[in-house]
Design a protein around this ligand. Structure first.
Ligand code: ADP
Length: 187
């Protein structure tokens, strides 16, 4: 099973990706988590990405595409994967298309989660208190939601046209949402 999970900040992508990962026995790959790991450890990649992340901007495509390409080449991806937080703009969609073509592993489905703006803001504020992520402050959150609306949301149409899009309401109960996704995608 090869999946993308898409949706705005705070919609619960990471939570559902972790559950899908467990259900299907495939790794959940989050570009945000990879960047945060590198930031924490102050690797060269982390240092390069820091300024963009702190501002709520996208890290340059060249850097991001490379980490995804390297990650998809690892052994644990043989049975599939879930990509969370990638692709985020049209050029990343193209880069992913090329990678998957080279690997001979086409995408099976795109899981898109939706929720009202107020729900998203409330969850993000709560997460900011709980996790203390440096990019979870009102200014950066607003910027990230803006980038999402302008650059990422239009990609849903791209995948809809390809017949891969499955949309779900992300504002309900976590386990219920998961059950609905699995019943639509298949056991
Ligand atoms: P959120 O979805 O809450 O904004 P993420 O954890 O997915 O958080 O990403 C955090 C930050 O990492 C983003 O604001 C961005 O700077 C960077 N990032 C993550 N994924 C990508 C990507 N596909 N392309 C460019 N930058 C990315």
């Amino acid at each position: 099973m090869r999946l993308l999970i898409m949706g705005p900040q705070g919609v619960g992508k990471g939570t559902q990706a972790a559950l899908l990962s467990k259900h299907y026995g495939i790794p959940a790959i989050s570009t945000g988590d990879i960047f945060r790991y590198n930031l924490k450890n102050q690797t060269p990649l982390g240092k390069e990405a820091q300024a963009y992340i702190d501002k709520g901007e996208l890290v340059p495509d060249e850097l991001t595409n490379k980490i995804v390409k390297d990650r998809l080449a690892m052994d644990d991806t043989a049975n599939g994967w879930i990509l969370d937080g990638y692709p985020r703009n049209a050029s990343q969609v193209e880069a992913l298309d090329v990678m998957l073509k080279e690997l001979g592993t086409p995408l099976d489905a795109v899981v898109a989660l939706t929720a009202e703006h107020d729900v998203l803001m409330e969850r993000m504020m709560k997460r900011a208190q709980l996790e203390g992520r440096s990019d979870d402050n009102p200014e950066t959150i607003a910027k990230r939601l803006d980038v999402y609306a302008k650059e990422t949301a239009p990609l849903l149409d791209t995948y809809k046209t390809r017949g891969l899009l499955h949309e779900f309401d992300g504002s309900g109960d976590i386990d219920q949402i998961q059950a609905t996704i699995v019943s639509e995608l298949g056991e």
